[in-house]
Design a protein around this ligand. Structure first.
Ligand code: BGC
Length: 758
């Protein structure tokens, strides 16, 4: 019967009469069973191979590999004619199985949006959706159909360089971003030509590496994992992410790539994930260094048994899987299962009915990018919304457009840096630098003068090591004093100084961990000299992680966190500096006062001796040389206007079936229109385990004209009160809950309700 169905469906399928959507899952099973029955073990192992052109793997070699059926997918090739050439060869392979094509589409593709930490600073779901949709549209126009995103590793350690790629420290905010990216990139169906399959990464806990040191180990209680760190991956999987990329690090002593508990018991059995599990770059061979595999063959055995389906950039799957099956070390069923998942993904992408469905030569990305103003406008809007105003003494901002302005700093005119890391397909030449943006905005561009001011670092070797290849961030060999003098000179002749300092994009990237989070000495000297001119000083930060900025905070009259804002970054910065946009961003991560405070995050436990406990003198949880609090808390961000808020609960108690509506009255009490992010935090006061002092549970934005009033509502439901209790059950326990409403995580604006025992 099954065979008959297959015989009936196949011709229709290849002739294109049936779309993938029209074929039901039974038909899919029949189709794949039939295909698997024709494939050799070698070809099945080939489907599990994800490779890119580079090193020994020349394009010719890759094409030959494809033609004999030894490649499942390609990554890091992004141009349609190249991809078409590869697909053509795949269709000459013994079973004509099409390839899929992947790339890291992290914060935009050709149009680059702010880095993800910046996108998170918008605290705006529609902004996240827009980025995901445009990214998918551009990437699929290039011929791609899968991406290694979203990256939802939460982290409380800004020493880790990949902080820039994630959405910050909080499980809820990160989950919202992850969910939206998956939904908007994958769309309703992967058969949609504008949909991009997602591989949520890096499963799991990459952001919790000890000491923030790249690729280091993680060790964490299961409670903390399930309560906090695993939540965003689960949210992305529940949203339907079709793939998962596994982290390179070890989780409680067992490398994630070899971790059966993580990849099979949790991911497959508990969470019912049935998509493709991809290892990270080179992770299979690294199992030998981790000390859980004796050699390459053993590493393949360990990885596949743990639950890896596809290997990224490893020749070993192909080399050893057939042998391992022959020897009985793994069963052919295990191999079939991994291969089936890859084929299912391709089937759902519609590749079997039309292998070239994403490869449309008419969809010319070059013209699309340069002509499509929409994407640039959206990029500018997203960038403006990602900027966080950290200080604005005496309301020095916004600036008048007719002032004499000194634009200074190593990041003021760097086209490469403003794009941030993971922007490989972005167009550097089209990026707008802050200097350009400011000149575009002021009344008379001649009133703007510019000086480089300082090297990003005094250490020329650091430039080489971190690939600081920003056009204007090349190392300047002249004596530092001379470079500074130039800047001081123009500062003195200006009404206001805007200094662009921070990190080069290469400093906030994979493999860019730091132990010192202060600005480099070269930049500190520059700021000191600028401060000494007595001119008003606006510090504009460009960086990919929270930095330690106590000194700069004291120096600045105004301070903006702009992250790396992408293609339209310079225009967006000018929009905020000159008041065309009233800043609304909020920090998605706490900024420490000093490195010794790390980890510093808002949702900590109260401890038995919280600071301020009566009669405890100095014997409370604290440092004697530092505050406990960060310099800037999670959720913090100023505006050019001010808001007042109060709120009420619909009831002082609720039961299992019930809910409580929180009504927040917001008033713009300033004289400019502005947007406020109203943040809802909950605290379970007494439970079987200690619960955090506060946890973010909701956020909504409201835009109000001067003196206008508005309302924001949240609904507290039973499920929002659940947590992993003392017996590791996910339940809500009756008792008292605090509800906090505010504009950042330090709010003490509180009301209380009781969850009844019924
Ligand atoms: C990174 C991944 C990335 C992969 C492919 C690895 O080095 O850890 O995040 O998706 O490379 O570019």
């Amino acid at each position: 019967m099954m065979k008959k169905l297959a015989l009936f469906l196949l011709p229709l399928l290849f002739s294109g009469y049936l779309s993938a959507q029209e074929l039901n899952s039974e038909a899919k099973k029949v189709f794949i069973d039939n295909l698997l029955s024709k494939m050799t073990i070698q070809e099945k192992a080939g489907q599990l191979r994800l490779i890119s052109v580079g090193g020994d793997l020349t394009l010719d070699k890759v094409l030959d590999n494809i033609e004999v059926g030894e490649v499942g997918g390609i990554f890091n090739t992004i141009v349609e004619p190249d991809l078409s050439q590869m697909q053509e060869r795949a269709l000459k392979s013994p079973n004509k199985i099409p390839l899929f094509f992947g790339f890291d589409v992290i914060h935009g593709h050709r149009t680059i949006f702010p880095i993800n930490l910046g996108i998170a600073s918008s605290w705006d779901r529609s902004v996240m959706a827009k980025v995901a949709e445009i990214s998918a549209e551009e990437a699929t126009a290039d011929g791609l159909n899968i991406t290694w995103a979203p990256m939802v590793d939460i982290t409380r350690d800004p020493r880790w360089g990949r902080v820039s790629e994630g959405f910050g420290e909080d499980p809820y905010l990160t989950s919202e971003a992850g969910r939206i990216f998956v939904e908007r990139m994958q769309k309703q169906s992967l058969a949609d030509k504008k949909s991009l399959a997602t591989a949520v990464k890096h499963f799991a806990l990459y952001g919790a590496v000890e000491g923030g040191r790249e690729y280091n180990s993680t060790d964490m209680s299961e409670r903390k994992m399930f309560q906090e760190y695993l939540v965003p991956y689960k949210a992305a999987i529940d949203a339907g992410s079709r793939a998962v990329m596994v982290s390179l690090v070890s989780v409680n002593g067992i490398p994630a790539t070899a971790n059966h508990w993580l990849l099979t018991e949790v991911l497959r059995n508990q969470w019912h994930f049935d998509g493709v599990v991809v290892s990270d770059h080179g992770a299979i061979r690294e199992l030998i260094n981790h000390g859980v595999a004796s050699d390459a063959k053993d590493a393949v055995r360990v990885a596949i048994k743990a639950g890896i389906d596809m290997s990224m950039n490893d020749e070993y799957f192909l080399q050893f899987l057939p042998e391992l099956v022959k020897e009985g070390a793994i069963t052919e069923d295990q191999l079939n299962q991994a291969c089936r998942r890859v084929l299912e993904l391709k089937y759902d992408m519609g590749l079997f009915s039309d292998p070239n469905r994403y490869l449309d030569p008419k969809l010319d990305i070059e013209t699309m990018f340069s002509n499509n103003r929409l994407h640039r406008e959206e990029a500018r809007d997203v960038a403006r919304r990602s900027i966080v105003l950290l200080k604005n003494e005496n309301k020095i901002l916004p600036l008048a457009r007719n002032k004499k302005i000194a634009v200074i700093g190593p990041l003021a005119n760097s086209k490469r840096d403003i794009l941030g890391s993971w922007s490989g397909a972005g167009r550097t030449n089209l990026a707008v630098t802050p200097l350009e943006g400011i000149k575009n905005t002021v009344k008379n561009p001649k009133s703007v003068s510019y000086a480089f001011g300082a090297n990003l670092s005094d250490d020329a070797n650091l430039y080489r090591f971190l690939n600081l290849y920003g056009e204007n961030s090349k190392f300047d060999d002249r004596p530092a004093d001379k470079i500074i003098a130039e800047a001081v000179n123009i500062a003195k002749k200006s009404d206001v100084v805007i200094a662009f300092v921070g990190e080069a994009e290469g400093m906030a990237h994979e493999s860019s961990s730091r132990t010192d989070l202060s600005l480099q000495a070269s930049q500190k000297r520059l700021l000191k000299a600028l401060k000494e001119t007595g001119k008003p000083l606006v510090i504009v930060l460009m960086n990919g992680r929270p930095l330690t900025l106590t000194e700069e905070y004291a120096q600045a009259d105004a301070m903006l966190e702009t992250w790396f804002l992408g293609t339209e970054g310079g225009n967006a910065i000018a929009d905020v500096l000159f008041g065309q946009y009233n800043p609304s961003g909020k920090l998605p991560m706490s900024f420490p006062n000093n490195v010794g405070q790390i980890p510093v995050y808002y949702s900590h436990l109260n401890t038995g001796r919280p600071r301020g406990t009566e009669n405890m003198g100095k014997y409370t949880t604290s440092y004697f040389d530092s505050p406990n609090e960060p310099l800037f808390p999670f959720g913090f961000g100023l505006s050019y206007t001010d808001f007042a808020m109060d709120f009420s609960l619909s009831s002082p108690e609720m039961d299992k079936e019930g809910e409580i509506v929180v009504t927040v009255n917001v008033e713009n009490i300033g004289d400019k229109e502005g947007m406020q992010t109203v943040q809802l935090y909950l605290q379970d006061v007494t439970a079987s385990v200690s619960r955090p002092v506060k946890e973010l549970m909701g956020f909504e934005n409201i835009t109000l004209k001067p003196h206008e009033k508005g309302k924001v509502k949240f609904t507290i439901k039973y499920d929002m009160l659940k947590f992993w209790n003392d017996k590791m059950q996910y339940v809500a326990e009756p008792g008292k809950f605090n509800v906090f409403i505010g504009s950042d995580s330090t709010t003490q604006n509180k009301q209380t309700f009781t969850l009844l025992d019924k």
